[in-house]
Design a protein around this ligand. Structure first.
Ligand SMILES: Cc1cc2nc3c(=O)[nH]c(=O)nc-3n(C[C@H](O)[C@H](O)[C@H](O)COP(=O)(O)OP(=O)(O)OC[C@H]3O[C@@H](n4cnc5c(N)ncnc54)[C@H](O)[C@@H]3O)c2cc1C
Length: 565
């Protein structure tokens, strides 16, 4: 059995930032990550990170209050406003910290950090490094981790969160290169395991974004919050659904339908292409559904008027993606785009210090729901969330580990390891002929088609029926390939059970919520209903499946209002 005072699962921005905070508090932290940290999905982030740096524009100065109002309004008033205040008050400090650590932010002519306009923001507030912001942030935090000699265990996947019913004891991890299981005891465990985009078809997320951390927490009895709120990004490349960053529109790109019209004037006359993502995604889906798209599947993002120089300087990555994956150079031709799954607003229910209901267990980043995004996240607020709440969770995890009065129970950890070993053994042996990848694909398509951008009661009921059928088939999987080294077949088969749970929780929450709010649009209940639904959905594991309950939304100074752009 291995033991560390603070164990962090996840080597993305949230995990690394938590590890750095723990190391700076003088406690040894170990990071377990399924992939090498710099290959985490954070590295794919393009557009930027939000912070009110007080820069002036047209005689106005940006402020934390402006960012907070934009975030709350963007969230369709479902975000907890006390948490949003923390996010916006501390944002500038975190961004300057990143700058001092070496992030090569793009600059203004005066040498300040450059900021670009982003959807739903009333000020150019998104700090960026060309259109590769996530990659620069991730490499910088990795450097800072190496500098602090933080112990990193790459290619170790956590498969079980161990609890004695009262407090978290540690995790059971699986070593991909050798197939070995290890019990890891911990004073505190922090999850920075990222999102669950792979539960949906047409996702911009990496293949490893399977929501394993959320599922582990749920199985350990920790509730998940607001899982029905799934962000669909308006612009993903047709065919591959690779993200085409909002920065394309932030820098002035137009969206055009098959009639050559800038159709956003019909949906958000003032904000146009820079309305929040939920509104733009629905507008595009409507244009396509009503026959004003191309080949019934896409519309165009036109950047040509920005000019070659600007595209090459500010949007080099999306230019490359368009050339390599769609054969279109945006300098010369518009990019064919369609909406795709992008981000999970919901996640592990936790507070502003990452604390969950389970003592000693913390969450930060996309796997967590603090909640600062409510029903719709603004672009640029997620990178901010990862570093800011990663830092806070790291600090609180150290305090908890230092104050812990009891130590981990080795017998319990070894028992859980044996149980997991048996479970993996039964997957290797197989009970039937079902192919896990076929089940996975059916789940993904069902979620995209029936619990997608536009939701209807009958379709969601049908989706729940299909999911329960898939779960029955999961019990009859074919034997998994039995090699020990890098047995991704085994890992994917194991994870699929958790993905089916997340899909079911999402569909149940969406079916129950009889209103439209942010990313959750019910064709049969098209209006927001604050009287009945200004509340968070909490999903707990019950004996017969997920059990839903509801919690109050914290409103501090921005009472709900109609959301107009
Ligand atoms: C293409 C794309 C572009 C984006 N652009 C932006 C942007 O411009 N601005 C913005 O604000 N947001 C953006 N986002 C969202 C943002 O990038 C993510 O929400 C954020 O980076 C998530 O960071 P994270 O640290 O929580 O998780 P991730 O970066 O996803 O890292 C998760 C980590 O957990 C590890 N892990 C997962 N499960 C396990 C397990 N079971 N055991 C061990 N390790 C595990 C993985 O190995 C990985 O290291 C973008 C997202 C995508 C997909």
């Amino acid at each position: 059995m291995t033991s560390h005072p603070v164990v962090i699962v996840g080597g993305g921005l949230a995990g690394l930032r938590a590890a750095i905070a723990a190391a700076d508090s003088g406690v040894e932290a170990a990071v377990f990550s399924q992939v090498y940290p710099v290959r985490s999905h954070s590295g794919a982030a393009q557009g930027g990170i939000n912070a009110p740096l007080g820069n002036a524009e047209k005689g106005r100065h940006d402020s934390w209050e402006r960012q907070a109002l934009d975030t709350v309004k963007g969230s369709d008033y479902l975000a907890d406003q006390d948490a949003v205040e923390v996010l916006c008050k501390e944002a500038a400090g975190d961004v300057y910290q990143l700058e001092h650590w070496g992030v090569p932010f793009s600059r203004t002519l005066e040498g300040r950090i450059a900021q670009r306009p982003f959807g739903g923001a009333d000020f150019p507030r998104t700090c960026y490094a060309a259109d590769k912001t996530g990659r620069y942030l991730l490499h910088t935090l990795y450097e800072q981790s190496v500098k602090r000699r933080i112990k990193i265990y790459p290619e170790w996947a956590a498969l079980t969160l161990v609890t004695d019913g009262d407090a978290c004891q540690g995790v059971i991890v699986y070593h991909l290169p050798s197939g070995r299981l290890e019990a890891v005891a911990a004073g505190s465990v922090v999850f920075g395991t990222g999102g669950c985009g792979q539960v949906y078809a047409r996702s911009t997320n990496s293949l490893i974004n399977t929501g394993g951390g959320m599922a582990m927490a749920y199985h350990a009895g920790v509730p998940l919050e607001d899982m029905e709120f799934v962000q669909f990004h308006p612009t993903t490349l047709v065919g591959t659904n690779i993200l085409i960053t909002e920065a394309g529109r932030g820098e002035g790109g137009y969206l055009l339908n098959a009639g050559g019209e800038r159709f956003m004037k019909e949906y958000a006359a003032e904000a146009m292409e820079l309305a929040p993502r939920d509104i733009v995604a629905r507008a595009i889906a409507t244009e396509i559904d009503e026959g004003r798209g191309f080949e019934d599947s896409y519309i165009l993002l036109d950047l040509r008027h920005l000019g070659r120089e600007m595209i090459i300087e500010r949007l080099p990555e999306i230019r490359n993606h368009s050339i390599y994956f769609a054969g279109v150079d945006p300098v010369e031709k518009p990019i064919p785009v369609q909406p795709g799954q992008h981000y999970s607003m919901g996640g592990i229910d936790c507070n502003i210090d990452g604390e969950t209901e389970l003592k000693g267990f913390f969450a930060a980043g996309e796997c967590a729901c603090v909640s600062v995004h409510g029903a719709n996240r603004l672009g640029g607020n997620s990178l901010l969330e990862t570093v800011l709440f990663g830092r806070r969770a790291g600090v609180r995890a150290v305090e908890h580990a230092r104050g812990a009065t009891t130590s981990a129970n080795p017998t319990l950890l070894e028992k859980k390891k044996d149980e997991l070993s048996e479970k993996l053994g039964s997957l290797l042996a197989g009970k039937g002929q079902e192919d896990p990848s076929a089940i996975r694909n059916e789940m993904k398509n069902t979620m995209f088609e029936e619990v997608g951008i536009f939701r209807r009661r009958d379709e969601m009921k049908q989706a729940l029926g299909k999911l329960s059928g898939l779960r029955e088939r999961y019990a009859w999987l074919r034997p998994v390939k039995s090699h020990r080294a890098y047995n991704l077949d085994l890992l994917r088969a194991y994870e699929l059970a958790g993905m089916l749970d997340l899909a079911e929780i999402t569909a149940m929450g969406a079916l129950a919520r009889e209103e439209s709010r942010g990313s959750h649009f019910r064709v049969d209940f098209p209006s927001r209903d604050d009287g009945s639904w200004l509340r968070h959905t909490i999903a707990r594991k019950g004996l017969a499946g997920p059990e839903l309950s509801y919690e109050k939304v914290t409103v501090t100074r921005w009472p709900p209002q109609a959301r107009k752009y």
